[in-house]
Design a protein around this ligand. Sequence first.
Ligand code: ADP
Ligand code: MG
Length: 440
Amino acid sequence: MAKGVPLIDVKDITKDFEGTGGARFRVLSDIDLQICEGDFIALLGPSGSGKSTLLRIIAGLARPTSGQVLYRGQPFSGTNPGVSMVFQSFALFPWLTVLENVELGLRYAPLSRQEKRDKAVAAIDMIGLDGFEGAYPKELSGGMRQRVGLGRALVMEPDILLMDEPFSALDVLTAENLKRDLLELWQMGQIPTKAIVLVTHGIEEAVYMADRALILSRDPARIVSSVAITLPHWRDRKSDPFTRLVDELYSILTQHKDARQTPLEEASVQSPRKMTLIPNVAAGAVTGFIELVDDLGGKVDVYKIGESLALDLEDILPIVETCRIFQFATVTSGDFELTEIGRQLADATVLERKTMFRDQALRHVPFMERVLWVLESKRNGQMPREFFLEILQKSLGKEDAETQLDTLITWGRYVELFAYDEDSKLFYLEESDATDGTSE
Ligand code: ADP
Ligand code: MG
C-alpha cells in the first residue's frame, strides 16, 4: 500500500466542555495530527483524557471549539464522509438480523437493495460470521456481536476506520482472535480501508497492532509523544524489542498522567462561535427522550443509555444537545439530568409542551428571537429567507447556514412563532395571534 497520501488533517484543535456550575474546561489543546494512507495509529492516554472526544471530532460527530479537520484536504460539514467508527460495545438493533444490522451501515449509500445485500453478505463473510446472516444479536456471543459492529463499519468501505476501545469489553481470548483477524484483513489488503486509528488503554495491544503510538496527556490532552513501532508483523510479545517498546510507552504515559485538572476561567475560553446551533431533531424525539429519562428517575448516563436502548450514540447526542440548549436538562461529563422545567415537560400535555418549547426557544436560542423580532418589526410581517441566510452565513458558512435555517423553520412552525412558505421562500408571522397558539 502506498504510504503518504494525507487522508485526515487535524489542524490545531481545541475542545472545551462545560463542567459543573457552568465553568468551561479544556479537554483537548493544540492537537495537530495527520493520518496518511498506510497508517495504523494507536492512541493512548489516561482514562478521561479526551481520546474518544478526539475520535468523535475526527468523525464529525462532534465539533471542535477551534481548529479544523480536513478529509483529503477539504473541510466537511456534518459527519466525515471518509470515516466509520467502531465502538467498545456496539449498539446492534435486537430486532434486526446480523445481515440487516450490517446493511444499516449502507443505509445512506446510493446503492440498489440487491447491491446493499451483496455487500453486506460479503462483509459478513469477511468478518467470519458466514452462516449467521439470519441470526439475531441475542443469539450471538459478545465477540460475535463485536464482529457484527466491525462488519457494519467495514461494509461502508471507509478510507479510515476509527476504533474506540473495540476489544476492551471482550474476554482475552475472544479479543485476541478478533485482533488477529482484523490485523490479517489489514495486512493482506483485504479491506479497502487505507488507515486505522485505534484508541486503546492497552499498551501491549498498541505495540502488537499499530505502526505508531500517539500518547495523550490529560487536562487538557496534548499529543506529548509519537513513537514509531517498526517491528515486522506478526509480532512476538515476548521478544526484547517488543517489551522494550512497551516499557518506553509505559514510562511516557505515567509521566503525563498526573497533571491537575484546571478549569479555565470562563472569560479566557469564550467560544468563538457565539451562535447557538440547534441540532436537526424533531420535537417528538426530544419529548420522547425526556419522558424516558423521567421514567428512569430523571438522571441517566448518556453513554450507557445508548447501549441499553441499542441506539447509536450519534442518534442520541443531537437529542441530548437539543435538551441542553432548551435547558430541559443539564449535561455534565456524560450525566444527563432533567432540570425542573424538563421534569415538568415530561408530565405536560401536548399543548403545554408547545408553550414550554416556545418559552425556552425565545430565552435560549437567540437567533429564534431575532427572527421573530425582525418579522414583528416589518409592517407586512414577512422577510425573505435570503436575509436570514446572509446573517447566518457569516458565522456558519453556506451549507451549515442552510441546514440551520431549515431546522429553525421546523422549530418555528412547531412552536408556532412564525411560518415559512417554500414557494416564495418567505418567513412570515402567522395571521393568528402567535401567543394564543393552542390549536393543534
Ligand atoms: P477518554 O475517551 O480519553 O476516556 P473522553 O473523550 O470520553 O475521554 O472524555 C474526556 C473528558 O471530557 C472527560 O472529562 C469527560 O467527562 C469529558 N466529556 C466528554 N464528553 C463530554 C460532553 N459531551 N460534555 C461534557 N464533558 C464531556
Ligand atoms: Mg473513551
